[in-house]
Design a protein around this ligand. Structure first.
Ligand code: ADP
Ligand code: ADP
Length: 232
């Protein structure tokens, strides 16, 4: 994994009287090979922050550095290539293709990029995620937790430097949430992955090594090695 850093990050939507300061000066270090949760109330700027860190959205001012790369210095094509090769995404809604098997879903991004899979890595991931006997199943034949584990495997298959998970347990019950969070934590512990998760659920944030609290577009606090009580 790699570290990511935001320095003096601002994001203004709209203009004139309709201006919204979604980010009002964020300074933040996401540590390499660690699990960081970004928490905060609805509308506090979590998604905007994540999109700026992931190179999906451009900040109004300030800097994002992922590893040794300044995102602001990249062209649109370079940013797209950066996301495709170095960033993994996990979504609340899984975003699996229904007509493909678990295995085909996991391999799809590499297929599209014309990259040969590293089968040793594939086997390791499948083992860590407990998906070995589910590879031939289609999404509808899998539980919610299994579908999200497939989505996690898909995100990790290209060995991204950093993985962004946007409310990954938002559609899961508490038991399957725990399952997915445990696997995200294992991918950090056992594979050295850097994972950034946006969540509003204290029970989810308690799995992270670090919790960054965002309020009104600013970093309002930071907790290291949090327990659920700390987060609440
Ligand atoms: P969160 O993820 O914490 O709910 P967001 O980052 O989605 O917060 O939103 C932060 C603020 O920016 C909110 O006031 C939201 O309404 C505003 N906002 C987000 N996206 C847009 C957009 N595309 N256009 C205008 N305002 C936006
Ligand atoms: P392209 O299709 O040109 O590669 P995109 O910007 O469409 O570039 O997507 C690049 C990556 O970002 C893909 O993995 C896609 O799933 C992800 N992505 C696109 N839009 C969003 C979004 N709003 N939130 C999170 N991830 C996104």
């Amino acid at each position: 994994g790699v570290a990511a850093e935001a320095r003096g990050l601002t994001k203004v939507y709209g203009s004139g009287a309709a201006q919204v300061h979604a980010l009002a000066g964020i300074d933040l270090t996401i540590e390499s090979g660690r699990f960081t949760a970004i928490m905060g109330p609805s509308g506090s700027g979590k998604s905007t922050l994540m999109h700026c860190l992931a190179g999906l959205d451009q900040a109004t001012s300030g800097e994002v550095v992922v590893g040794d790369q300044r995102l602001a210095a990249m062209s649109d094509n370079e940013l797209t290539a950066f996301r495709r090769h170095h960033v993994g995404f996990v979504f609340q809604s899984f975003n699996l293709l229904p007509m493909l098997t678990a295995k085909q879903n996991i391999l799809l991004p590499l297929d599209l990029a014309g990259v040969d899979p590293d089968w040793t890595w594939f086997d390791e991931l499948i083992g860590v995620l407990g998906l070995a006997d589910r590879l031939g199943h289609r999404p509808t034949q899998l539980s919610g937790g299994q579908q999200q584990r497939v989505a996690v495997a898909r995100a990790l298959m290209s060995r991204p430097r950093i993985v962004f998970a946007d409310e990954p347990t938002g559609n899961l019950d508490s038991r399957t949430s725990a399952e997915v969070l445990e696997f995200l934590r294992r991918s950090v512990r056992e594979l050295g992955q850097t994972v950034v998760m946006v969540t509003h659920e204290p029970s989810a944030a308690a799995y992270a090594d670090h919790v960054v609290l965002v309020a009104d577009g600013r970093v309002a606090g930071r907790l290291d090695s949090p327990t659920q009580d700390d987060v609440l």
